[in-house]
Write a protein that binds this ligand. Structure first.
Ligand code: BLA
Length: 521
């Protein structure tokens, strides 16, 4: 139910994901003041990992060999250093670790992670180069995304790789997928924006690569030295690891809600990379594995670079796609204008260019009403409803000087039209100057009508089992609930097209009236 859903969303949005005060257990974390080396935070396992126990007040030199500290300081001072930079450092017992280093607030954070083998690193680099070349060789956006899922799976070895794409409302869809054909496909699945709360999206713009090697591995406490958190009375205030901003930490413990989601899906490990366009989260490459799995720092870094290249390719190809779509609409508009210029009877002209007329407004149907005669083209509600919609909307527009305008949620704006939501969740009216009832009204279907199940456009939407558990199937059901009675939004381009159509209609009406008068006179 709606109330339950909203309560759930509020809980998700309140998750303090950047300050969990806990870490994942596949490495050890130390946070220190780079000016004096004093330790402020350390993960519960740091003692075991280093072979020396951190104690409140200790400095980095008590814990790491001097050459390791020198390399860490060198990395912190390098220009353009990224939060995912890493270097190899030896531990006291000479085991090699990757030290992933970043700075947050006034602290330097060092995460010690098991280093991958040198040979594997070299192979990863050459495999990533080849993958990038193959991605560049694809044509168009859809091809690029399909190849991304394929190449990413080959490169990283995860069981399933998906490309998610977000829409203008923040809802998402699986637009490309690569997995074993025996598996249930998630391709074409939609899910509501609330599955990935807004604070998480903000964080994913900053930290582009996230890894969960094992959702069942216990998380560990992040300890804090208490000198940071003394109250004014001098009492230690139960200093806690929740004081450290872990936005950029590789070891950040993940929200238990999200872990439950993955568990319900049967997923044991994930690797997720942000795709960013114009400073906004465009989508994500999501890798799932049935068994525990992690990638080393080299491959994680390569995934970050691939993700950034991919983001740029997506931007370029989206721009090309957009231009092509605009050119098609302009071409359709030109045909409609020509037909209107030459029209003897408006209804004959509109009928003759019906597909173009719908293409101009990217609508499923249109109702045209002139001088009391109605014409229905494409997928529309019954004429009686069309009339009522035109009347209701034209009235609303009258206040603004009989301008064109629309809604993408007609049933919400006017519950009388709930019954026609499948074909007419969206309505856009272009009034013409005669009677208030003259004009066109374009319809867009409910968004659920555009959804293909499992990528098969002929397969009707159905949810076989909307179980109570978090997971993609329940998400899909939730998405259907959320977009009920909503069409794709009308945007600036639609408004511009509508204005051009209106002018063309008005001049055709004037010309026809003049000819009529001349004929009579
Ligand atoms: C995060 N939820 C996420 C992430 C994904 C999804 C991909 C990002 C994980 C990451 O970057 O590591 C959702 N995963 C999906 C979906 C599919 C999938 C839709 O595989 C479909 C195939 N999520 C909920 C609800 C809550 C919630 C109801 O569905 C809240 C109670 C929370 N999701 C939630 C939180 C995060 C998240 C808090 C952030 C996890 C983190 O990074 O700590």
């Amino acid at each position: 139910d709606r109330e339950g859903l909203e309560r759930h969303i509020a809980i998700c949005e309140a998750e303090p994901i950047t300050f969990p005060g806990r870490v994942q257990s596949f490495g050890a974390l130390l946070a220190f003041d780079p000016t004096d080396g004093r330790l402020h935070y350390w993960s519960e396992n740091a003692g075991a990992w280093l072979g020396r126990d951190p104690v409140p007040g200790c400095v980095l030199a008590d814990l790491l060999p001097a050459p390791a500290i020198a390399r860490i300081m060198e990395m912190l001072s390098c220009e353009h250093y990224a939060p995912t930079n890493f270097t190899s450092v030896a531990r006291f017992d000479n085991h090699v670790n990757d030290a992933v280093v970043h700075q947050i607030d006034d602290l330097a954070v060092v995460e010690l992670l098991p280093a991958g083998a040198a040979l594997e690193a070299a192979q990863s680099v050459s495999a990533a180069q080849a993958a990038l070349a193959r991605l560049r060789a694809t044509e168009g956006l859809d091809d690029l995304l399909a190849a991304t899922a394929r190449e990413w799976r080959a490169l990283t070895g995860y069981d399933r790789v998906m490309v998610y794409r977000f829409d203008e409302d923040g809802h998402g869809a699986v637009v490309a997928e690569s997995c074993d054909p025996q598996r249930e496909s998630f391709l074409g699945l939609h899910y509501p924006a609330s599955d990935i709360p807004s604070q998480a999206r903000r964080m994913y713009l900053l930290q582009r690569v996230r890894m969960i090697p094992d959702i069942h591995a216990p998380t560990l406490t992040l300890h804090a030295t208490d000198f940071m958190a003394r109250s004014s009375t001098g009492e230690a205030e139960g200093a806690s690891g929740a004081g450290l901003d872990m936005t950029y930490a590789v070891l950040r413990a993940v929200s238990p809600y999200h872990l439950a989601y993955l568990d319900n899906m049967g997923v044991r490990a994930t690797l997720v990379v942000s795709l960013i366009r114009d400073g906004a989260l465009w989508g994500m490459v999501v890798c799932h594995h049935d068994a525990p799995r992690m990638v080393d720092s080299t491959l994680r870094g390569l995934c970050d670079m691939l993700g950034q290249s991919l983001s740029e390719m997506i931007a370029t190809r989206s721009a090309v796609d957009h231009q092509r779509a605009m050119a098609q609409r302009a071409e359709a508009l030109r045909k409609v204008e020509t037909a209107l210029d030459e029209a003897g009877r408006l209804s004959d002209a509109l009928k003759a260019v019906a597909p173009d007329l719908l293409a101009v407004m990217q609508a499923g149907g249109v109702y045209c009403n002139f001088g009391g005669a109605g014409l229905l083209l494409g997928e529309t509600p019954p004429e009686r409803d069309c009339k009522a919609i035109l009347q209701a909307m034209a009235q609303k527009q009258t206040g603004q000087g009989r301008h064109h305008g629309g809604t993408h949620c007609l049933p919400e704006a006017d519950p009388r039209f709930e019954s026609v939501r499948l074909v007419a969740s969206g309505a856009y009216v272009i009034p013409t100057p005669n009677t208030p009832l003259d004009g066109l009204v374009f319809f867009r279907p409910e968004r659920t009508q555009e959804v293909a199940w499992g990528g098969d456009p002929n397969h009707p939407v159905h949810i076989d089992e909307a179980s109570g558990k978090l997971g993609p199937r329940r998400s899909f059901a939730a998405w259907i609930e959320v977009v009920r009675g909503q069409s794709k939004r009308w945007d600036d381009v639609d408004a511009r097209m509508a204005e051009l159509l209106r002018r063309s209609l008005v001049s055709a009406l004037l010309r026809i009236t003049e000819e009529h008068v001349a004929f009579l006179g």
